[in-house]
Design a protein around this ligand. Sequence first.
Ligand code: BT5
Length: 252
Amino acid sequence: QLGLKTETLGHQIHFFEEVDSTQRIAAKLAYEGAPEGTLVIAEEQKAGRGRLDRKWFSPQGTGIWMSLILRPPIPPQQAPQLTLLVAVAVSQAIQEVTGLVPDIKWPNDILLHGKKCVGILTELQADPDRVRSVIIGIGINVNQTSAQFPEDICDIATSLAIEKGERIKRAPLIQEILLQLERLYKQYLEHGFRPIKLLWEGYAVSIGKPVTARTLGKVIRGIARGITDDGLLILEDEQNQLHYIHSADIQL
Ligand code: BT5
């Protein structure tokens, strides 16, 4: 019903009207052996989540709430690369379908005019030396109006429809995301992260700017200098010391 043009991604789709979180369902399916490319989509999430147990607002019928299972043959420390790969694929798809040009804020936010319209959550099932599966959660605000965002996020969140000034059909956007993802993922498996990294840097808003990184234990201030080949953010502090940030909240 989505009219997919992909070879493997999305060829098994589990569709739900209402779930707690597509991420939880996809993780369970992955654990039970679901093949690469399995996709879980819901019209509404009652307990959509972000990183560090934060909530992801996922109201009925206005967004794309989905989780995809990948099984890349990579060691766990390379998994952050996939978050960046997905951010590039979603940005390209948004640009292709709506003509809007998004910015990526490391590691996992896609912004339009400085406000967040997409969140990406990458979770791993892994042995010490090998990834068994990566569950990629993608949340996109598509057709919400400003008034439909709850008070605590209305200043920081936006939707494609708000920025475009018209409603956007969701199915063609899902198609395009999976198509771009499949293309980049193939390229990644054949040629590694470097080509993806270049594309990512083209969309990144943080590079060369002062950034405050809040990791679990500490706060580091510095200028964002780029990302490493593993997908970590490089921050240079006032003493010209370099810090490599794995997955933190950054403030521009
Ligand atoms: C993220 O977390 O941005 C990852 C969001 C991933 C959501 C998808 S939807 C499908 C799949 N199933 C799930 O249960 N999750 C995934 P983080 O960087 O931690 O950002 C969370 C923060 O974004 C919250 O604390 C709010 O401030 C803000 N936020 C919540 N809902 C939002 C929304 N709809 N639009 C914009 N910002 C939002």
